[in-house]
Design a binder for this molecule. Structure first.
Ligand SMILES: *Cc1c(COP(=O)(O)O)cnc(C)c1O
Length: 215
């Protein structure tokens, strides 16, 4: 299967309300362009440096989401490049995004990454701490909280992810119902190549797919 066929097949089966992010870490400009030409609108990048090398050749043909772990010293470059940061998991990184966005007059849509499986090696805020983090972030003027992102557990069986996706959806709804000022809980980003159908069944509105597009 070609990238074009892969993208067509995935787009045809996604419900219209679900957005596709092509997770493009390690992919060449040619591969990413093929995905964009096949109808991918959003490119996900895990590394600022890699995004900087492919961006000049693709640029505004796509919308760019940061989906990796963001380090503080990369925030200045990240906010210049990306249209959404999906992986905010501390007030320190949120404040740095806010500060750097203020300098360039930008308001950054962000998602809060939740460590739903509570694995120690995972990034993301614990489900218990998400609400407090979002409440603190809601006062930052150059950030707009727009939802949650989660990875789910590292496992061979996608069904193992279902309870964690369901828990993240409940958390999403609970925070939405708080109606915090400057917080618009609109996007729930969860599900990858092996687990996106399950994630959609459990309420995902963004899926991040790499292998199934590019391999
Ligand atoms: C690589 C990656 C994906 C996509 O994973 P696949 O299994 O290749 O679809 C999704 N989300 C994040 C954060 C990733 O790093």
């Amino acid at each position: 299967m070609t990238i074009k066929q892969n993208v067509s097949k995935i787009l045809a089966e996604l419900p219209p309300v679900v957005q596709l992010v092509a997770a493009a870490k390690g992919r060449s400009v040619e591969e990413i362009m093929a995905a964009v030409e096949a109808g991918v609108k959003i490119i996900g990048q895990n590394y600022v440096q890699e995004a900087e090398s492919v961006y000049p050749l693709i640029g505004e043909k796509a919308v760019w989401h940061f989906i990796g772990h963001l380090q503080k010293n990369k925030v200045r470059k990240a906010v210049a490049l990306f249209d959404m940061i999906e992986t905010v998991d501390s007030i320190e990184i949120a404040e740095e995004i806010d500060k750097r966005c203020r300098q360039i007059n930008k308001v950054m849509p962000v998602l809060v990454e939740v460590n739903s499986s509570r694995e120690a090696q995972k990034t993301g805020v614990s489900p218990e701490s998400a609400e407090e983090l979002i409440a603190v972030m809601s006062v930052l003027e150059n950030i707009e909280v727009m939802g949650l992102m989660t990875m789910g557990p590292l496992t061979d069986n996608p069904e193992d992810s279902r309870p964690y996706f369901a828990e993240t959806k409940r958390l999403f709804e609970r925070i939405k119902n708080l109606s915090l000022p400057n917080v618009e809980m609109k996007y729930l980003s969860m599900g990858m190549s092996a687990s996106y159908q399950i994630a959609i069944e459990e309420g995902a509105s963004i899926v991040r797919i790499g292998t199934k597009i590019f391999c």
